[in-house]
Design a protein around this ligand. Structure first.
Ligand code: ZN
Length: 339
């Protein structure tokens, strides 16, 4: 009988077939995010899809989004209030992840530490590029890489996820904390694989196939142009980007986005999770906006590309006899391609 490990991006059909096999176990998936709301906006479909398959899904969030703008007038008093906004957004994150059916934790904060110090996060939102928030001593983007990478490597070694997902190296849209989350994830995985060469964790980066991005803009031009919304500054026009406006760095040629998760059935769950982030997001029919009023279409699909785990640390270790595992030389690749 052939057996197959559960893999990131399994369809319902693949998993149903796998459930017939004796060796089935749930997939372990770890998502690394910069701020509360990113888990739902960037990976909501993948997370809800795998949670619905019965997989173990864990979201690690690196900061509590202390620098975020606040949309609803009734919560505007939280904006710029660091700790108070962090506390509020921690609860939004808790509710959103519960809605998605996934676990949530904050990088560098164990349950004991949180109750002992009352501190909800180790690192702080660095704000948009060029803002003074980046100069705060706890700003995530300015933290030396080693400490957050060690904290995340500890999680990876304890949970041994099958797959880790995060942003590509430009952080999806260039936010310094998103770029840092990518760097920390790569460093943590490199470290974890060097500590434990039997680890089979793979790394996937979220990308958007250009044809999807083009389709979504065309749809928005038809369905969202002329819409109004009421946000922090009163009534405003929804902004729909045109076909010639630049695309963010996460948009790539279709062939560079080979792994697709298409599951419209979980869209209502993701929509409900987005609704748990009211300080950051306004929901419309078929799309959402952020505080800048720019519309993003909600679809039941996300795309990824696998990033090989850097080998630099492991090359050094190949000289070391400790790589012999269980009497056999362990394989020379950072992860198992045999699934
Ligand atoms: Zn973010």
């Amino acid at each position: 009988m052939s057996t197959r490990r559960p893999v990131f991006g399994d369809t319902r059909e693949q998993r149903a077939a796998q459930d017939q096999q004796l060796e089935h176990r749930p997939l372990r998936l770890l998502a690394v995010h910069a701020h509360p709301d990113d888990e739902t906006l960037w990976h909501g479909i993948a997370l809800a899809h795998h949670a619905a398959l019965g997989d173990d899904v864990h979201v690690v969030t690196c900061t509590l989004g202390e620098e975020g703008e606040v949309i609803p007038a009734e919560l505007a008093h939280l904006e710029g209030q660091g700790e108070a906004l962090a506390r509020h957004r921690r609860e939004e994150l808790r509710r959103a992840t519960a809605t998605l059916g996934v676990r949530s934790s904050i990088l560098g904060v164990g349950p004991a530490a949180a109750s002992a110090t009352g501190r909800l996060s180790r690192w702080r939102d660095s704000g948009m590029a060029g803002t003074s928030a980046a100069e705060h001593p706890d700003a995530f983007a300015g933290a030396p890489l080693a400490e957050p990478a060690a904290a995340l490597a500890e999680v990876i070694l304890a949970e041994r996820p099958d797959a880790v997902v995060t942003y590509e190296d430009q952080g999806g849209y260039g936010h310094p904390d998103h770029i840092r989350a990518h760097e920390v994830t790569v460093a943590a995985l490199t470290r974890a694989h060097s500590v434990d060469p039997t680890l089979t964790t793979r790394l996937y980066l979220t990308v958007v196939p250009r044809s999807w991005a083009q389709e979504d803009r065309a749809w928005l031009a038809e369905h969202a142009s002329g819409d109004q919304e009421v946000g922090r500054g009163g009534p405003a026009a929804v902004v729909v980007l045109g076909p010639d406006d630049p695309y963010p760095p996460s948009v790539v040629p279709d062939e560079e986005a080979p792994l697709r998760i298409v599951d419209p059935a979980v869209l209502p769950v993701v929509r409900a999770a987005i609704a748990e982030h009211p300080t950051q997001v306004l929901l419309h029919d078929g799309y959402y906006t952020l505080s800048n009023h720019v519309a993003t279409r909600m679809r039941g699909r996300e795309a990824f590309v696998e990033m090989p785990i850097p080998l630099s640390v492991r090359r050094h270790e190949e000289d070391d006899e400790s790589r012999t595992v269980g009497g056999q030389q362990s394989r020379g690749l950072p992860h198992d391609h045999g699934a």
